[in-house]
Design a protein around this ligand. Structure first.
Ligand SMILES: [Zn+2]
Length: 157
């Protein structure tokens, strides 16, 4: 089916002139299936949002996303940033998961080391992860702000 070209449509242009609009303007289509609404963004930024596991996206770089934003996922006291084994098993079971884009609480939560090694974040790999003192240091020094600089959260395609 061929769609009519509304920019070149006599009736449409007549209507446009009647409305006093000179140019057709630019319009962006908003797709709530693929783009976060303002309310969703606010909820993600200010805390945890519950989601059905299959709605979680895994990006090419192995980070996690929901619609057009990167997110992190909470499971117990762990913060997951990538598609590690734990996240894989959560995604395969059709359970509810909890995601966020906001700050986490380093006193109560710690970042998942396997996620960091999946991403090879700051040179972290599986071999170095096995050294306990190195892993402790990584967890202690992890900064969500730095992570967001390396992997901007919003908006993504
Ligand atoms: Zn993880």
């Amino acid at each position: 089916m061929k769609l009519p070209d509304f920019l070149d449509d006599k009736d449409f242009n007549q209507l446009r002139r009647t409305m006093g609009a000179e140019s057709p303007g630019q319009f962006e289509l908003f797709d709530p299936e693929k783009q976060l609404t303002y309310t969703e963004r606010e909820a993600l930024e200010s805390g945890l949002v519950e989601l059905a596991a299959p709605a979680l996206r895994v990006l090419k770089d192995k980070t996690l996303a929901y619609k057009n934003s990167r997110v992190w996922l909470q499971k117990g006291d762990d913060i997951h940033l990538a598609y590690c084994k734990t996240v894989q098993s959560l995604r395969h079971r059709e359970q509810a998961i909890q995601i966020s884009t906001g700050d986490f609480h380093p006193q109560h939560q710690s970042v998942c080391l396997e996620c960091l090694s999946v991403l090879q974040y700051q040179g972290i790999d599986a071999r170095r992860m096995r050294r306990a003192e190195f892993s402790d240091q990584v967890v202690e020094q992890f900064s969500m702000d730095d992570f967001k600089n390396a992997y901007p959260f919003y908006p993504i395609l």
